[in-house]
Design a protein around this ligand. Structure first.
Ligand code: CA
Length: 229
């Protein structure tokens, strides 16, 4: 579900926008002033922002700049009743991606939203690959599914994260500290034993029934992901 933050102080326009966008299939959060807009933006996850320019407490340009400091990629579409060139330039200067003059035709707005989402989203989910492959191991990063050859292997979320990290860093010794930090996002001074436990779970699923082993222990150092028969 795509979530859109709408910042508009004219209640009638805000409600029209909300209804139109929700009917189109978007999820909408409404803010009636710039500060509330920024607060909502900080506390939620949105894929697009639509903001009026003249707003109480913090205007649309200011809001746009604040949002850009937090997120450089989210598409921002500005609305204005004025429609002067100066407004437009200042909007782009503040980091807006597009601009519409009120009153606008909803279908036109919807078309612009589609363009913005399409333009930004392939980049936002970003140059990241869809798939990781190594030997006959294949990880589909979108579906979070794992295969060796044709056989699908079911992993728990933690096993999956561990495997992805190893497959992203093949042929390099990964210390327990590094794995704890990068996969579990924690720093363990002691008790990294749980990593060995997960490595063992993973081995049973990934390597045990296959001739080519991928996960290897480097005694005293950590683990290495590489091809070894
Ligand atoms: Ca306004």
């Amino acid at each position: 579900m795509i979530r859109i933050l709408v910042v508009e102080d004219e209640q009638r326009v805000a409600e029209l926008l909300q209804r139109g966008l929700e009917e189109t299939g978007y999820q909408v959060s409404l803010a009636y002033d710039g500060q509330m807009g920024l607060r909502l933006f900080r506390s939620g996850e949105y894929q697009l922002v639509i903001s009026d320019i003249i707003l109480p407490k913090m205007d649309g340009f200011e809001l746009c700049k604040e949002i850009r400091q937090i997120n450089t990629k989210i598409p921002i579409l500005m609305l204005t009743a004025l429609g002067t060139t100066d407004d437009k330039l200042e909007g782009f200067d503040a980091g807006a991606d597009d601009y519409m003059v009120k009153p606008f035709d909803f279908r036109e707005l919807d078309a612009r939203i589609r363009v913005l989402l399409k333009r930004r989203n392939p980049e936002a989910t970003d140059n990241k690959p869809k798939e990781l492959t190594y030997a006959d191991l294949k990880i589909d990063l979108f579906r979070k599914s794992v295969y060796r050859g044709e056989q699908e292997i079911h992993l728990s979320p933690k096993e999956y994260n561990l495997l992805v990290y190893m497959a992203e860093n093949p042929e390099r010794v990964l210390s327990r500290m590094e794995i704890a930090d990068k996969v579990w996002n924690t720093h363990f001074d002691t008790g990294t034993n749980f990593i060995d436990v997960y490595i063992n779970y993973l081995r049973k699923k990934i390597d045990k029934n296959f001739p080519v082993k991928l996960i290897h222990t480097k005694p005293g150092m950590g683990f290495i992901f590489k091809i070894e028969g």
